[in-house]
Write a protein of this length. Structure first.
Length: 333
């Protein structure tokens, strides 16, 4: 089977490309990180160094492919509007165009449940839940626009299926737990809110399982969107306490009420937008809400229609991440 993975130099894309290669697929890996592309090439994959906004390059990469996994995106809580649009909307338009001109058998699109969340607690959110009137950040806004492009393409006959994986973590993670660790290292992470909020997370190999299921799922699943998590709503701050114990950091002792933290973050966003280059502020309203609010998803549709069953628990995934992180820290000394 000939497959293209976009975003193949990212966390999820690497895991997916390697699993596909291990299953004897003919994998083309599209991404922008030359060092990771070189490593994937050494492992036997075909590297394609390209930006998703480069329509000609994406079109060429899609030719001759049977399945395309579109995992490439700019995923960040902060950044310039045009950068998000180029990666997430224009990039998706280019992938769709490549699929339509090359006649792929199926496009598997990676979206995000960030489109559901405003700044309030949400629990057991289903795929058809009402969306906020205003997206919480540029990432959510542009991923929602990308889904609209996917919907139009499906209406034109493109065989496409979409997943919305929540808070992907595991060895190789560069975002979720490393961001927490960076704050813990400085001692500047306060407990925001009452410390009792519950979240959903997803171990990276479970997301890969879901993607592979999407590649061969029944035609009745085409055009649909599926939430993907570990199916284990997890109290956030006890997990952070375990992370502190495992890595030798002091557990946060300061408590800040959510309204206070939200107000500070709102002010910081205004100030940092005015600075040259619009650097990311130390707190955003979205990151504050993630640390204080419940954010869990309903994955019953994925279980029922895709046959999705998380294989690696949050606890096991946490231990695998900690072991990888400690090994990595030793090797970098």
């Amino acid at each position: 089977m000939k497959v293209l993975v976009t975003g193949a130099t990212g966390f999820l894309g690497q895991a997916l490309a390697r699993r596909l290669h291990s299953q004897q697929a003919d994998v083309s890996a599209l991404g922008r990180n030359p060092a990771v592309l070189a490593q994937l090439e050494r492992e036997g994959m075909r590297p394609i160094r390209a930006d998703l906004a480069d329509g000609d390059a994406v079109l060429a990469a899609c030719q001759g492919q049977e399945i395309i996994f579109h995992a490439g995106a700019l995923a960040a809580p902060w950044g310039r509007r045009q950068d998000f649009f180029n990666s997430n909307v224009l990039g998706t338009q280019n992938v769709i165009a490549g699929c339509e001109t090359s006649g792929v058998q199926r496009l598997v699109h990676v979206s995000t449940p960030s489109i559901y969340f405003g700044l309030n607690s949400l629990e057991n959110v289903a795929e058809d839940a009402p969306l906020p009137t205003r997206p919480v950040n540029e990432y959510a806004r542009t991923k929602l626009l990308a889904e609209a492009e996917i919907n139009k393409a499906f209406g034109r006959g493109l065989p496409v299926i979409t997943i919305r994986p929540r808070a992907i973590f595991g060895p190789g993670d560069t975002t979720i737990l490393p961001r927490l660790i960076a704050r813990l290292q400085t001692g500047r992470l306060p407990i925001i809110g009452d410390g009792r909020n519950v979240i959903d997370m997803t171990y990276v190999e479970n997301v890969v399982d879901a993607l592979l299921l999407c590649a061969t799922s029944p035609d009745a699943t085409l055009g649909k969107k599926y939430n993907i998590t570990n199916g284990e709503p997890t109290p956030l701050w006890p997990l952070i306490e375990k992370l502190c114990a495992a890595l030798g950091y002091p557990y946060p002792s300061r408590h800040i009420p959510y309204p206070v933290a939200d107000g500070v973050a709102a002010l910081l966003e205004v100030v940092y937008r005015l600075l040259p280059g619009e650097p990311e502020p130390p707190l955003t309203r979205y990151s504050v809400a993630l640390l204080a609010k419940n954010t869990t998803l309903d994955i019953s549709a994925a279980r029922r229609e895709l046959g999705y069953q998380p294989r690696v628990s949050v606890e096991e995934g946490f231990h695998r991440f900690v072991e990888w992180w400690q090994t990595r820290q030793v090797s970098e000394r």
